[in-house]
Ligand binder design. Structure first.
Ligand SMILES: [Zn+2]
Length: 616
């Protein structure tokens, strides 16, 4: 390692480890791997163990997913891998997409679509949950699953023979194994990962293929044209960083989809018609390409790509009706409200959205990526119904004029894999570590423990945001320490937003869309309160349909429920009042009576509508 890369490496690991609280992950993080990043982002993620969610809806989601996957039958999880290798395969079938069977027949029957596809994501979700909680039973389950999986992996194995989406499933398996190593210190995971990589290589094309390119090649089944080789570089680059094995770097470079990133970097909109989630997920591969290789083209591709996604997002922050991007400028988002109930692929979409906004926020320090993250958080995934033990899963958010929350047709779909990964990531998405202090990104009940200039510090955030418009930050330090606490001030925040330090009203101006920088010598017992003015506003679904609007309050979209009048006036919506001071429901007086609106997370089985038709 040369001097420069060594310095980069030290900066990277130092920032990531975050000091004294990183004990659990010390081994993995302190391994002196001969890897350097070309770009070290100014903001680092904390270790999973450093952020603990406190009681609240997000903690409930995390606990539910952790508990559910901790208790899944291990023989059932390993069954498709054993079956395809011709090994004894005891235990029940998982069901749905996960099974190994011969009746997959799109579009009518998705049973056995991608056998074992989400195994790696469940492993990853457990590894991250272990890193958060230190739960021994979770680590032991990870160890057993890695060992059980290892018995089915042969470099010349049969798993991928006649397998429809080899890159898709391998990418998830890869993520699970490198996470089992990194976050749960599984001793075999990296070795198994290398064998799993050798097993899939004969089944991968020479480069990343778009879906159009796959359609143009000979194929036996339409599902053979749905593979996602263009998402591979992110995990290959991470495997390279975690293992030090440069062969993963070479593989990552091989699968960078130049035909996608090149035009995006030049500002060309190549999204229309493309599969939505996988192409947002691919933007994270652009970010890893930028970090490892240092070519600014990939950062431009990611920022432009994300901007184009946002330009065709719903008021909830969700995107991709029928899992595809639309042609802009034709009112097609509005058109989707009458034609589909598959408005946003919620589990995967939110996971991919969190991932890319985390990368972009860390690199650019632009707080508006945090705004986008919280919009997707509260309006989509926070309202997803829990995964059931039999694999019944929430999949699509429905923005149809006649919408309802329903479970997905098939058990154990993709969104059952990303959901536990995402809920484990809530903590590390809430705070970031900068050169001169900490960044407070999400306003969630939580406790951050970190080391500032070797002083152990704790920040406890108490809040009922966004139901409440306030958050309270309490600092605990063993002795006074000077640093800056950066607090995200959302772009929608009204002029009456305020903050106070130790109950003294702050004299700094709050700038919506920026971080508020509070630099001081912090001492034990210091307290910061922030109050956000959350003005009501109306957001049109697209420019071509200014009279189809969603009522927004702060980061929250309000969904009309019950008997919804065909038409409402703008001034009536903007005069919405709250039912109770800290309640979720809002009332709007209309010409046809009183209409109730509530956030997505409060919608249960009732009919609801995101976009109202307004006059005037
Ligand atoms: Zn999905």
């Amino acid at each position: 390692m040369n001097k420069t890369s060594r310095r980069h490496f030290m900066k990277l690991t130092g920032a990531a480890a975050g000091g004294a609280f990183a004990v659990r992950n010390l081994r993995a993080w302190s391994t002196d791997r001969p890897v350097s990043l070309a770009i070290v982002p100014p903001l680092a993620v904390f270790n999973y163990s450093q952020v603990q969610l406190l009681e609240g809806p997000l903690r409930e989601q995390f606990d539910h997913n952790h508990d559910l996957f901790l208790h899944l039958d291990e023989d059932a999880l390993l069954k498709p891998f054993r079956q395809r290798e011709g090994l004894p395969a005891p235990g029940p079938d998982m069901g749905g997409w996960y099974d190994n069977a011969n009746d997959f027949n799109p579009p009518d029957n998705f049973h056995a679509f991608v056998p074992g596809h989400s195994f790696g994501q469940y492993l990853s979700g457990l590894a991250r949950a272990y890193a958060v909680t230190g739960s021994k039973p979770t680590q032991e389950k990870i160890n057993r699953l890695v060992r059980g999986f290892a018995e089915t992996v042969e470099p010349q194995g049969k798993f991928y023979v006649d397998y429809h989406l080899p890159a898709y499933t391998y990418d998830k398996t890869s993520c699970g194994l490198i996470d089992a190593y990194e976050f749960a210190q599984d001793p075999d995971a990296l070795d198994v990962h290398w064998r799993a990589t050798q097993a899939v290589l004969p089944y991968l094309p020479e480069k990343a293929l778009s879906r159009a390119e796959q359609r143009a090649r000979p194929h036996k089944n339409v599902a053979d044209t749905w593979d996602e080789t263009y998402t591979l570089p992110e995990n290959f680059f991470l495997a390279y960083q975690r293992s030090g094995n440069s062969r993963y770097r070479d593989l990552a470079v091989r699968f960078i989809e130049q035909d996608y990133f090149g035009p995006l970097a030049a500002g060309e909109n190549v999204l229309p018609g493309e599969h939505a989630y996988s192409h947002v997920n691919a933007l994270s591969s652009a970010m890893q390409s930028y970090l490892v290789l240092g070519d600014e083209k990939y950062l431009r591709a990611a920022t432009n790509g994300f901007r184009l996604v946002q330009a065709q997002s719903y008021a909830t922050g969700g995107w991709g009706p029928d899992e595809a991007f639309v042609v802009p400028g034709r009112g097609l988002l509005e058109a989707s409200l009458g034609t589909t109930h598959a408005s946003f692929e919620t589990g995967c979409g939110a996971y991919g959205h969190f991932k890319i906004t985390r990368y972009l926020l860390r690199v650019t320090k632009d707080s508006r990526y945090g705004d986008s993250m919280e919009r997707v958080l509260y309006n989509t995934i926070a309202g997803a119904t829990p995964i059931l033990a039999d694999g019944t899963t929430f999949y699509y958010s429905d923005y149809n004029y006649a919408a309802k929350k329903v479970h997905y047709r098939d058990k154990w779909p993709c969104c059952s894999g990303t959901f536990p990964q995402l809920t484990a990531d809530y903590g590390i998405s809430s705070y970031f570590k900068g050169q001169d202090g900490i960044y407070i990104n999400l306003f969630v009940p939580s406790r951050l423990s970190w080391s500032q200039n070797n002083t152990p510090c704790t920040l406890t955030q108490t809040t009922r945001y966004p139901t409440a418009n306030t958050t309270q930050l309490d600092f605990a330090l063993s002795h006074p320490e000077t640093f800056t606490a950066y607090i995200r001030i959302p772009e929608w925040a009204g002029a009456k937003s305020t903050f106070s330090v130790n109950r003294q009203r702050g004299d700094k101006e709050l700038t919506p869309g920026k971080f508020l920088a509070l630099q001081r010598t912090w001492k034990d017992g210091d307290r910061v309160d922030v109050e956000f003015e959350m003005p009501l506003r109306l957001e049109a679904v697209d420019e071509q349909n200014p009279n189809r609007v969603a009522l927004m309050r702060g980061p929250i979209a309000l969904f009309a429920v019950g008997n919804i009048p065909a038409s409402i006036r703008r001034d009536q919506l903007m005069a919405a009042t709250r039912v109770a001071p800290f309640g979720e429901d809002w009332l709007v007086g209309t010409d046809q009576g009183t209409l109730t609106l509530r956030p997505f997370a409060s919608v249960m089985s009732e009919n609801y509508r995101l976009y109202q038709t307004v006059e005037g």
